[in-house]
Design a protein around this ligand. Structure first.
Ligand SMILES: Cc1ncc(COP(=O)(O)O)c(C=O)c1O
Length: 382
């Protein structure tokens, strides 16, 4: 059954009157951002499925012209392939099971992989055979992004040189990748990563099939405005030019957050008010965990259909639905002083790492997803 679509959030609320949380996507907004990447990034654009694998999101990406997907697991590879027949998946997790490699190659025809350790390289070639494109993921300096993605994965320069030589020695096709960290507000981080790439490639004496600059493109929240995507594209072009790669070595990127974060809102309902404490039907064990882990300050808007809300605001503490005392948003949010049971709160800018991360702790899960027509996410456009 196709996901229902509505003209606006109030239209959805008037129709469903939901006592359960609803995730609203703006597919046109996703398409606009995808086209910004396709037109502005100096290379091929993959979408990082892990960020939001919902069918509405994948369809919007495909409709906008995205044909390449960064996938972390066999499940994601299957999800994409069973939906579209004209796409390529890149298996860009540096640690894969033998069974997943086997099925990726033999069932789905995957040709691109990532490694960051000699044992993974051996495993990959033992199972997949030679001839595939193998990206060596390089570690980049931390401290520039909200989520450091080089603390767990990525080879240092010496190991990267050895791995690239070994890829060639094992009759496979070398490429390079890195990830500066998710929600990286400094474009210069990509410049620093290119310095590392250039040193490693020089020392290895290898010409790569491509350089994959990963994701990391940041988004604004209600308090901090992120630099524009175009600033990042310029930095990447400049760096690729400086080291003689532009026009010679293809570039790839694989954004998640930057593609979808601003294209969704979560609609949650107030189920109880105790003074300045609101008990909601969605929380940090659900689709709102990034408020804690990403220290996000999403824009909030209260909605009441039965009449107006006060213009006067006061700070509220927001509790999620589970019985765990930790299920509380760690900072307060300003909302109308007369907000009460039955009113809804729209939490904006939650397209990234929201429903993808939710648990069903205490039996609470957001399982209603709708599309909203138009390109501007409510009054919450950042
Ligand atoms: C290998 C890889 N590529 C791309 C992404 C997407 O990153 P972002 O959402 O910061 O754009 C991630 C995120 O974890 C990742 O691990």
């Amino acid at each position: 059954m196709p996901d229902p679509s509505f003209a606006s959030v109030p239209d959805m609320l008037a129709s469903l009157r939901p006592s359960y949380p609803v995730m609203c996507f703006w597919p046109e907004r996703i398409a606009i951002t995808a086209r910004r990447f396709l037109n502005g990034f100096p290379g091929k654009v993959l979408y990082a499925v892990k960020c939001n694998p919902h069918a509405i999101v994948l369809k919007a990406m495909h409709d906008a012209g995205i044909r390449d997907f960064d996938t972390a697991s066999l499940n994601e590879i299957a999800l994409v392939n069973e939906r579209f027949s004209d796409v390529s998946c890149y298996f860009n997790h540096p640690v894969k099971s033998r069974a997943a490699i086997d099925s990726a190659v033999r069932v789905y025809g995957v040709n691109d992989f990532v490694v960051d350790h000699p044992s993974e390289l051996k495993k990959l070639i033992d199972i997949a055979g030679p001839g595939h494109i193998i990206q060596v993921r390089l570690r980049t300096p931390g401290g520039v992004a909200t989520f450091d993605l080089s603390a767990k994965f990525g080879a240092d320069e010496d190991a990267g040189v050895e791995l690239l030589r070994e890829v060639v020695a094992r009759q496979s096709r070398p490429a390079v990748s890195f990830h500066v960290g998710s929600q990286c507000r400094k474009a210069s981080a990509y410049g620093k990563a290119f310095e590392i790439v250039a040193r490693v490639l020089d020392r290895a004496g290898v010409t790569p099939e491509y350089i994959n600059v990963g994701g990391g493109f940041p988004v604004s929240d209600a308090e901090v405005k992120a630099p524009s995507l175009e600033e990042f594209f310029s930095q990447i072009s400049e760096s690729a030019t400086r080291y003689g790669y532009l026009g010679k070595v293809p570039l790839l990127c694989e954004p998640g957050r930057g593609m979808v974060a601003d294209a969704a809102s979560l609609i949650t309902q107030v189920h109880l008010r105790k003074d300045n404490q609101l008990y909601l039907n969605e929380g940090i064990y659900g689709s709102l965990s990034e408020i804690v882990y990403g220290d996000l300050r999403p824009p909030l808007q209260a909605i009441r259909l039965r009449g107006p809300l006060s213009d006067e605001m006061r700070p509220f503490t927001l509790f999620g639905p589970t019985c765990d005392s930790n299920d509380v948003v760690p900072h307060q949010f300003a909302l109308p002083k007369d907000i009460s049971e039955g009113d809804w709160i729209e939490v904006g800018g939650v397209g990234a790492y929201s429903n993808a991360l939710q648990s069903s702790f205490n039996g609470f899960t957001t399982d209603t997803f709708v599309a909203i027509r138009g390109a501007t996410p409510s009054a919450l456009a950042l």
